[in-house]
Design a protein. Structure first.
Length: 461
């Protein structure tokens, strides 16, 4: 077993009976669900079928048709609920902010994010968010005309949507730590007619944005491990903050509203994002388990790493055990709050990535990449067909001399979630350092961050 550097996060797996390829491959999380990576060598305009057009002119009529279809889909799925967000999505041509060889069907897909920059190792550094999460975050921000809005994580498209909502008398500031990203965003915004309505800056948002004063709404489009004090200092009284908050490796895009000296959630959405860079970056710790064939299973810890991982040496060569919870769920049903529950209540919680050729990789479709370490045992979330076609049953598979202990720890939390968390949306709070934490509700769980604490509570169903 060895310790390596930070690894990219896999997308959140949500649906019972469906295991995404990212469960068994080391893939990168983007601002959305499905990732599209356009060929770098081509910059020609694409036809809807993905083939370059000979005349180099985008199919404006086809784009308008797809834009209208997307808006109706977003309305039907409840991601767009306000006239202002609907009007913005109808007004902004998404294809103008994507690489020119991205097919129009991808530009106007419900849940396709598009990579716009990778590092030398292929890790995604910037992307254009999927339409569903852009719409949802704009609704979460509760934007209004004349508002001042700060966007953290530039791409151009989202800033244009914000500009449409706040109107000509509103103010939009878009920042990113990468000058290549801001240069691209500024160019595209100018070409699309928004150059005078959006100020694009190179800045590390961990330190706030100078010369901007109080801000009515802040929308963060990168995964954030904590909330910088400088941003909270700029947020107006009763202002809104929308950000993908990483909590023990699990991300939720939370809409917060300021209530005095702390924040209280008003909405929650499941989505994965490129992690924040700069001073706000929080690297994972990754432990590598090697099986008898030299293949690897990686255990990725955001926090709460067990003090001694040596009992897991050669653990994949031991006999495996199973334990089942009796908790079932129908096929194609989201259980995203189960692994959120794990992240908060399961000591030793970790995420998994595995190599092809391992026992886990050969069992695709029967497990999910959420696990826990207990002493010399390692367990992970598994499923099997439920009786009488009732969907699937949740359980655990485990290795090591403490495998039964590890498996039952996971099963215990599955049953606790089924009893106390399954039928209610959680409520989050954020309490900056120095605030009166004695006012935190007694039923809330508390998670320490660098600049404060996050709380979560599940209201009684």
């Amino acid at each position: 077993m060895s310790l390596i550097g930070a690894m990219p996060r896999p997308p959140d797996a949500q649906d019972a009976g469906t295991v995404m390829n990212s469960v068994v491959h080391n893939m990168h999380v983007m601002k959305g669900t499905t990732v599209t990576d356009p060929p770098a060598e081509s910059q020609r305009t694409a036809r809807p079928d993905g083939q370059p057009r000979e005349d180099g002119v985008k199919d404006v009529d086809r784009a308008a048709e797809l834009r209208a279809d997307l808006v109706e889909k977003l309305r039907a799925e409840g991601k767009i609920v306000s006239p202002a967000v609907e009007a913005a999505f109808r007004a902004v041509a998404r294809e103008r902010f994507l690489p020119s060889d991205v097919p129009l069907e991808t530009a106007y897909a419900y849940d396709d994010a598009v990579v716009t920059k990778r590092d030398e190792h292929g890790v995604a550094l910037s992307s254009v968010s999927a339409a569903y999460i852009q719409a949802r975050m704009l609704e979460q921000a509760e934007l209004r005309p004349r508002a001042t809005v700060l966007e953290i994580g530039s791409g151009g498209l989202n800033a244009a949507l914000i500009a449409e909502i706040v109107g000509p008398q509103g103010r939009v500031v878009s920042v990113d730590i990468d000058p290549e990203v801001t240069d691209r965003a500024a160019k595209l915004l100018d070409e699309a007619g928004y150059g005078s309505r959006v100020r694009v800056l190179v800045a590390d948002a961990e330190h706030g944005v100078p010369n901007e004063g109080r801000i009515d709404a802040i929308i963060v489009t990168v995964g954030a491990w904590d909330i910088p004090p400088a941003l909270l200092a700029q947020l107006a009284d009763e202002g809104t903050l929308v950000l993908p908050l990483i909590m023990n490796g699990v991300t939720r895009t939370i809409g917060f509203r300021r209530e005095g000296d702390h924040l209280v959630s008003t909405s929650v959405e499941v989505a994965g994002f490129v992690p924040m860079q700069g001073a706000g970056r929080h690297p994972e710790r990754v432990f590598v388990l090697t099986d008898p064939n030299g293949k690897q299973v990686k255990l990725r810890f955001d926090s709460g790493v067990p003090a001694d991982m040596s009992p897991l040496d050669a653990v994949l060569a031991t006999e495996r055990t199973e334990a089942w919870s009796g908790v079932t769920i129908p096929h194609r049903t989201s259980f995203a709050d189960l692994y959120l529950w794990f992240a908060w209540h399961l000591p030793g919680f970790c995420l998994l990535t595995v190599d092809d050729g391992t026992e886990l990789a050969n069992e695709r479709g029967t497990w999910f990449p959420f696990g826990a370490v207990r002493g010399g045992g390692f367990a992970y979330l598994a499923i099997r067909p439920a009786m009488e076609g009732a969907g699937v049953e949740f359980g655990a598979r485990a290795y090591g001399h403490d495998r039964e202990l590890a498996a039952m720890a996971l099963v215990k939390q599955i049953r606790a979630w089924d009893r106390d968390g399954r039928h209610a949306e959680p409520v989050f709070g954020y309490w900056p350092a120095g605030t009166d934490v004695t006012r935190i509700p007694a039923d809330a769980a508390v998670m320490d961050k660098t600049h404060g604490v996050v709380t979560i509570s599940w209201p009684a169903p």
